[in-house]
Design a protein around this ligand. Structure first.
Ligand SMILES: NCc1[nH]cc(CCC(=O)O)c1CC(=O)O
Length: 319
């Protein structure tokens, strides 16, 4: 391969710049080639408030993919949870690096923990998945909380807490860690309380499907166990026919015995945003040995969830 600089297409947001910068360093380490960042403005960046109306799924991703297909950049980095579940044939998911912390967290006033929030606490989140699970937990544990729909970037969201408008906001640990603001977390939400979005905490490194040399080079950053886990999670999401704004949580984690990975557990949840009904199921078995097995596992769990009424819960929307 040549020693020409590789062009990495990235969104301009703090999170995108941080994760692209980190991947750029890793890629230049494994390829020995310099990597230059090429900033691309996405429709999701200019029209954030209208994300719900324009459908959510993939708005952050489309502009980067278009730049790849036009040959303006060589590869791109996405938050895996923002990727649509269908992979275009012209693009290759060259690497899924090892996952960051998949959990959701809260940033609350006065360093409060979730379960110490006072009666009537207002918790900001724009995510129906987070609302559904927080409200379900509150109902089951006698907590009195109000989930308040909010949008915006990390600064905007944490700003609602700093200026006293909200008692807490919910964010992904991975995003805060990547921008160096992990120290603002006041509580980590157990995945037993709030299952993260499918793919949360993982990145996707994408290039065009015809660039075999680049696919092989980027593949050095792939973590096969993360890939198999997110494949099962995304297959569950796809089989539930839900977009990224739907109240679907999924997490595949590996059960290890010392250093040896023994089994994989896939958990899935859907619910109404008020938390009055949830369908939550899990399955545990051998780590899938192929992409197709991981896909099948996600489908199987989705089928069980649908049999328990999951579809009816997803029809309902936050606003
Ligand atoms: N919904 C937007 C989004 N997409 C990816 C992340 C960061 C976490 C990740 O990479 O999974 C976030 C922010 C958040 O949910 O708090």
């Amino acid at each position: 391969m040549s020693d020409k600089a590789l062009r990495l297409g990235t969104r301009r947001s703090k999170l995108a710049m941080a994760q692209s910068g980190q991947v750029a360093d890793a890629v230049s380490q494994v390829t020995g080639r310099p990597v230059e960042l090429v900033e691309i403005t996405t429709y999701g960046d200019v029209s954030r408030e209208h994300l719900a109306q324009i459908g959510g799924t993939g708005v952050f991703v489309t502009a980067l993919r278009d730049a790849l297909l036009r040959g303006e950049v060589d590869f791109a980095v996405h938050s895996l949870k923002d990727l649509p579940t269908t992979q275009p044939a012209e693009l290759a998911l060259a690497a899924v690096p090892e996952r960051e912390d998949p959990r959701d967290v809260i940033v609350a006033r006065d360093a409060l923990k979730f379960t110490d929030l006072p009666r009537g606490a207002r918790i900001g989140t724009g995510s129906p998945r987070r609302m559904a699970q927080l409200n379900a937990y509150a109902r089951g544990h006698g907590l009195d909380i109000e989930t308040v729909p909010i949008r915006g970037n990390v600064d905007t969201r944490i700003g609602y807490v700093r200026d006293g408008e909200l008692d807490a906001v919910v964010l992904a640990a991975a995003g805060l860690n990547r921008i160096g603001r992990g120290d603002e977390v006041t509580d980590f939400l157990s995945v037993d309380t709030v299952l993260p979005a499918p793919g949360q905490g993982a990145l996707a490194i994408e290039c065009t499907a015809d660039d075999a040399d680049l696919i092989a080079a980027l593949g050095e950053l792939d973590d096969p166990l993360t890939r198999v886990a997110v494949t099962a999670e995304r297959s569950l999401l796809a089989a539930l026919e839900a977009g990224c704004s739907a109240p679907v949580g999924a997490l595949a984690d590996l059960l290890a015995d010392g250093q040896t990975v023994k089994e994989m557990r896939l958990r899935g949840v859907v619910g109404t945003t008020d938390g009055s009904s949830l369908v939550q199921l899990s399955t545990t078995g051998p780590v899938p040995e192929s992409h197709d097995r991981a896909v099948a596992l996600g489908r199987e769990l989705a089928a069980e969830m649908l049999a328990q009424g999951a579809a009816g819960l997803m029809g309902e929307r936050a606003h």
